[in-house]
Design a protein around this ligand. Structure first.
Ligand SMILES: [Zn+2]
Length: 344
């Protein structure tokens, strides 16, 4: 890869980290002054359990290939891992008590609501940050402040062609993320009003319990594209049809592993394959299917360094390969690797 382009991508990642949204997802008169780094996966109960010397593994960019940046599992301090500046101290502390201070009990709708709520807040933060970043980039491009976009341009200003390319790329990305931001804003209002009313029945959760403790954890909101039999659930190429989010939470607890698959009641028919098909499969198959979904849709995944080191190289390579090749892709099948097992 062109070194200039690689430097540009590295600067771009730094730029991204400088434009993170900071605010409280709850945002009401009880907010404390300071927005904190809130954990999207419980620090004391879960990250603590799966960390080694205070470190966990998460996918992160490591370097370039000809298409951009490749990713690999890397160590991250558990105090920083999976955190986001999306809650004030008061709300982060008070809202999540039922899942921070108590073990999860399948069927507890308040706890299931809170897992969904936190996954939405994380996604909201991410979309706000990305939109914010592209607006700033377009603004800098308009003003001709190229060196503020990337240090690469300090010595040589970008060519007309390069300026055109960046303009198309930034506005294209802004178009998509602007739309996503509006959608997340609607989810935020809905979930905050449900939280006010302690109304948890609009979140439908299917729970899978594995009778072994796997040391991985996931918290995320995704738009699954198709069911196991290939029926379209979300068309990511058509923003006019309303999207149906799926909230995925995975964590180990007391010798078992819990997988929570939640959706909004109004979308439950679109995800009926979960109850009618997925839940009826055997454990090995369920693990394979979930491994595919997690690795091709989710970045907010934490893996135990101890378990990872004890895993065969071929399995590790298959996991890294699927993550690296699919997270940015659309229009992908539900199962890509029929032998995959992320449950380490
Ligand atoms: Zn607050």
């Amino acid at each position: 890869m062109d070194k200039r382009f690689r430097d540009f991508l590295i600067d771009f990642n730094m730029f991204k980290n400088k434009h993170l949204w900071s605010g409280c997802f709850r945002d009401n008169s009880n907010c404390s002054q300071k927005v904190i780094k809130a954990h999207s996966i419980q620090n004391n109960k879960i990250l603590n359990k799966i960390s080694e010397n205070g470190e966990v593994l998460m996918f992160g960019a490591v370097g370039g290939n000809e298409f951009g940046i490749t990713t690999e599992l890397q160590e991250q301090g558990r105090k920083k891992a999976t955190t986001f500046t999306g809650f004030c101290g008061h709300h982060d502390h008070s809202i999540f008590r039922p899942i921070e201070d108590y073990d999860y009990i399948p069927g507890n709708t308040e706890q299931e609501f809170l897992y969904t709520y936190r996954a939405t807040a994380k996604e909201y933060h991410s979309k706000k940050s990305v939109t914010n970043m592209y607006r700033t980039l377009l603004d800098l491009l308009d003003k001709g402040s190229y060196s503020e976009i990337s240090k690469v341009f300090e010595a040589n200003a970008p060519s007309e062609e390069h300026i055109g390319f960046m303009g198309d790329m930034f506005s294209g990305a802004l178009f998509g993320s602007d739309d996503a931001e509006k959608r997340l804003e609607r989810y935020r209002q809905k979930l905050n009003s449900d939280l006010d009313n302690r109304f948890y029945d609009d979140i439908i959760t299917n729970v899978i319990v594995l009778e072994e403790e796997y040391h991985i954890a996931v918290s995320s909101m995704i738009f699954l594209e198709e069911s196991l039999s290939g029926i379209k659930i979300n068309d990511l190429g058509d923003f006019n049809i309303s999207l149906a989010p799926l909230f995925i939470t995975v964590f180990p607890q007391n010798g078992q592993t819990f997988i929570l698959l939640s959706d909004f009641k109004r979308n439950d028919r679109r995800y009926r394959f979960i109850k009618e098909d997925l839940l009826k499969r055997d454990t090995k198959e369920i693990k394979m299917i979930l491994s595919n979904i997690i690795l091709s849709y989710i970045e907010n995944l934490v893996v135990s360094p101890i378990r990872w080191k004890a895993t065969e190289i071929s399995t590790r390579n298959a996991i890294t390969k699927l993550f690296d090749e699919t997270t940015q892709e659309v229009d992908k099948p539900l199962i890509i690797d029929h032998n995959l097992d992320l449950f380490l």
